[in-house]
Design a protein around this ligand. Sequence first.
Ligand code: CA
Length: 228
Amino acid sequence: MRVLVVEDEAALRDNLKERLTEAGFTVDVARDGEEGLFAALEYPLDVAIVDLGLPNLPGLEVIRRVRAAKKSYPILILTARDNWQDKVEGLQAGADDYVAKPFHFEEVLARLQALLRRAGGWASPQLKCGPVVLDTRAQAVHVDGTALELTTFEYRILEHLMLRAGDVISKTELTERLYDQDFERDSNVIEVLVGRLRRKLDPEDKLRPIETLRGRGYRFALPRDTSS
Ligand code: CA
């Protein structure tokens, strides 16, 4: 999942980048409202974190323009504690949720994950499709109750596909969501990783969890289990 962090306080921005990367996100950062608006409009994002108090262009204005440009990914705002006007205005401008400063990183992470789940149509942090269960909090995957050992990139691909289970995801989208702009992008790498994922999820080639749609991309094909 690719996240943009728009925050002018360097220490906070660096800390969010480091912790979000550890949590499995691809992270873009912007230091002020103008940079943030550019990134928010141009980068292929899944979610954004926007501080409201920003130099050059206020966070509220960034959000309004992003929404005016019909970008619909979830936005989490960072607000000053006890400033209810900020929260209300942020939500009215098109943000989806807020966290008040100072915050614990875990709170930001939990809210981001919840926003991404809801955007994908999931209610619970456990994504279940047939015998495959992916726990977004623990970053753990089980098939028929057996834990799988996945690399970071394998996990990220699977999480992306399962969050949007049933949708076709292009190779370009997967590549863009997995690597930040400093990486060389190569869709052959995605093919190799998807191949490895298939063998780990389905060693006997019975489940066929990941479909390839020629020229269009991949689809997580096992039906969603939303009963729990
Ligand atoms: Ca600020």
